[in-house]
Design a protein around this ligand. Structure first.
Ligand code: ZN
Length: 153
């Protein structure tokens, strides 16, 4: 009797390759027969699992609606790029358009700003605080009040 089948021969038999010598050995050797049966069962289970998994995937793909754009994909990115370019062009056009006029305005605006600064500098209290300053009696007002009181006496 031939010695036991090696791993390669067992796998070949499981894969369906047979030859007369190994056939004879397997028929006579329960050990090798068991090994082949065990591998066949394991592979059979694997085949069944793989087939079921493939079937499940096929069903899921059939049920799922086709996804054309996933979130902010390539199309969105391209759109954003086009928008960015358009915005930059618009900005350049606006700057060119507004440029000379803005310079003209600034020369007259300079005088106005200087006048405003002058007015602000000559003020003792910021304009926002002026109503408050009228509540506080100044020294001159106090003096006038004192003179009035003294004059009455
Ligand atoms: Zn054997």
């Amino acid at each position: 009797m031939k010695k036991h089948l090696n791993e390669q021969e067992v796998l070949e038999r499981v894969a369906g390759q047979r030859d007369a010598a190994s056939d004879e050995h397997v028929r006579a050797c329960p050990e090798c027969r068991n090994e082949i049966t065990r591998l066949n069962d394991a592979l059979g289970g694997f085949r069944t699992t793989a087939r079921e998994w493939a079937e499940t995937v096929r069903r899921e793909v059939a049920v799922r609606p086709p996804v054309r754009h996933r979130g902010f994909g390539w199309q969105g990115l391209r759109l954003a790029g086009v928008l960015a370019v358009l915005l930059v062009c618009l900005g350049v056009l606006l700057i060119r358009h507004e440029g000379p006029r803005a310079v003209e305005m600034s020369s007259t605006a300079d005088d106005a700003v200087l006048e405003r600064v002058d007015a602000a500098m000559s003020r003792s209290v910021p304009s926002a605080m002026e109503p408050l300053s009228q509540l506080v009696p100044t020294q001159r007002k106090e003096l006038a009040l004192k003179e009035k009181v003294e004059g009455a006496n």
